[in-house]
Design a protein around this ligand. Structure first.
Ligand SMILES: C[S@@+](CC[C@H](N)C(=O)[O-])C[C@H]1O[C@@H](n2cnc3c(N)ncnc32)[C@H](O)[C@@H]1O
Length: 286
């Protein structure tokens, strides 16, 4: 939804934009092309930042990229001496590269190690989580973050199985999931491991912890007339964004630009099936 993001975020008059999830710089590049602004980009993935730096090279001198958690956006802006920006973008979740690079352990194909950390220096991998969490906690993670119907039986089998051998690779976990869910369910709703992998990824990276505060902070880091734009791919993320936007509007800090979130066009969904769950919310500061 790059065009939709740009239409909400960039008006051509801004002096600074903060991209809280710069990733490999896809949106950042388009922002720099379309506006004369200075761009501050944050990501917690070193590999992504390296790729973004290369991609944005034609605009060297007009951007600053740094490894940080977007919950620390205020400190990052203080570091570059920009107290307030004209727009903030959150493009939440994982990137396609993170998802598909086997060495990152997000994928359910093959023998990838169960890592799933966006920040490779983070303390807990998915394998650690599977080894140390109690059965109830695992069930909660799978149900809440993955909306997995068979959360209980998968969690139970994880706890039983790990007594015999540690679950270290994607293959170990996928085989276990196949055993934990009924045959008819395996044939419906995409890959049977998709929901479990999504849930573990959200838990490993604590993707929902403090998201509310981070989005709220973006409103206080944006100048009047500026924009806050949130692109989410998970109903829980969108729920958080929606409630912060409503709160900011009720406090007369911002006005919501679209009552209903924008969703991808049919053509985009066909071109990029991953985009099918995307929801875009945008607000203008008063
Ligand atoms: C969907 S991708 C962004 C893609 C990017 N907009 C582009 O066009 O290339 C999400 C990115 O957000 C990063 N990320 C997720 N949570 C983060 C957080 N709390 N702080 C910083 N970066 C985060 C991930 O590492 C990932 O690179």
């Amino acid at each position: 939804m790059v065009e939709e993001v740009l239409a909400k975020l960039v008006r051509g008059t801004e002096s600074a934009i903060l991209d809280c999830t710069v990733g490999e710089g896809g949106h950042a590049l388009r922002i720099l092309e379309r506006s004369k602004c200075f761009l501050v980009g944050i990501d917690k993935d070193d590999q992504a930042l390296e790729l973004a730096r290369k991609r944005l090279m034609p605009y060297v001198g007009r951007f600053f990229l740094t490894k940080a958690d977007f919950r620390d956006a205020r400190a990052v802006l203080a570091l570059v001496g920009i107290p307030r920006v004209d727009g903030v973008l959150f493009d939440l979740g994982v990137s396609l590269r993170q998802l598909t690079d086997p060495s990152r352990g997000f994928t359910y194909w093959g023998d990838a190690p169960l890592d799933m950390r966006m920040d490779k220096t983070g303390p807990v991998t998915a394998a650690d989580l599977l080894e140390t969490s109690g059965e109830e906690e695992l069930e909660r993670i799978l149900r809440e973050y993955g909306e997995e119907r068979y959360a209980r039986s998968i969690a139970h089998l994880i706890v039983t199985e790990r007594e015999r051998r540690p679950l270290r690779t994607a293959r170990d976990l996928v085989e276990l999931i196949y055993r934990a869910i009924p045959a008819r369910a395996r044939r419906m709703g995409g890959h049977p491991a998709r929901r479990t992998f999504q849930a573990l990824r959200i838990a490993v990276n604590r993707e929902l912890d403090g998201l509310d505060r981070a989005i709220e902070m973006a409103f206080y880091l944006t100048k009047p007339g500026g924009r806050v734009v949130v692109l989410s791919y998970h109903s829980l993320e969108d729920r958080v964004a929606k409630s912060v936007f409503r709160r900011m509007e009720a406090a007369r800090i911002a006005s919501i630009l679209e009552r209903k979130p924008l969703t991808p066009t049919k053509a985009e969904r066909e071109r990029n099936p991953r985009s099918r769950s995307a929801k875009l919310r945008a607000a203008a500061l008063i």
